[in-house]
Write a new protein. Structure first.
Length: 259
């Protein structure tokens, strides 16, 4: 075999080269990579301020080589609003889980989106509370067993799983809302384009961008990494379809195709 080796990808400059605390099969690391790639693409690493939420994402400052502010539980969009208004020259993003954003932080995300704050929100949906023991989250699927729904989520008493990307897309202040998954090479490639578009909404247009990422949580799902990855495709994506639901002020109809 002759010729030189060709690198398949480069490690993002916006990420620190460190070992993470995430469980085997967790996809936070992949999503971090996509965010880091987006920051590198727009060459805004030195201008970016991240806002860390409470949950598995709390150690954002350990993994991103950027300035990071830590927010109280659920309040990341409010903190990001203050940061962006104080420093409008900065690129500001939040990184939040479903318990943080869709439960205790419902008020903050809804009103920040409705006001059209010029921030980017990365929302990781793994249908459970990851850090605190696998309790039922607003995104937990019907019939899914968790530590607080041992018989499975009963929509009659617990309500239905919330589709946040679609909900956010209905608000007038939102410029971009989409959902991605990172359960296959094809979806990772497509997800990278969508994450980049979410940041472009802020970088070039000064608008509010929202991207929901479907992610595995093998530890709290009680399954192996490969089985958890299959679950995303067979159970999560049918209920949480991938695609762009709003872009540049135009609501999308059928958002069945990611990217």
């Amino acid at each position: 075999m002759t010729g030189s080796l060709v690198s398949a990808f480069n490690y993002p400059n916006s990420l620190k080269d460190v070992v993470t605390h995430f469980c085997p099969g967790c996809q936070h690391g992949t999503i971090h990579r996509l965010v880091g790639d987006a920051l590198d693409h727009f060459q805004v690493q030195d201008q970016t301020i991240g806002v860390a939420s409470v949950g598995c994402s709390v150690f954002l400052y350990e993994y991103f080589d950027i300035d990071v502010v830590e927010a109280p539980h659920g309040r990341a969009p409010a903190v990001a609003t203050g940061v962006k208004r104080a420093r409008p020259d900065r690129i500001v993003f939040t990184y939040q889980g479903d318990g943080d954003l869709a439960a205790i932080g419902t008020c903050e995300i809804i009103h920040a989106a409705n006001r059209g704050e010029a921030i980017t929100v990365v929302f990781v949906n793994n249908t459970t509370y990851g850090m605190t023991g696998g309790q039922m989250a607003p995104t937990t699927l019907a019939g899914q067993r968790t530590s607080t729904s041992p018989r499975g989520r009963d929509v009659g008493s617990d309500g239905y799983p919330i589709r946040m990307a679609e909900l956010i897309a209905q608000l007038e202040g939102v410029s971009f809302s989409a959902r991605i998954a990172v359960n296959s090479p094809k979806n990772v490639i497509s997800a990278g384009r969508v994450v980049r578009r979410a940041f472009e909404t802020q970088v070039k247009e000064g608008g509010f961008g929202f991207v929901e990422a479907l992610s595995a949580c093998p530890t709290n799902w009680g399954m192996g990494a490969l089985e958890a990855n299959v679950r995303i495709g067979e159970e999560m994506i049918p209920y949480f379809p991938l695609g762009i639901f709003k872009e540049a002020g135009r609501r999308q109809g059928d958002a069945s195709a990611q990217g």
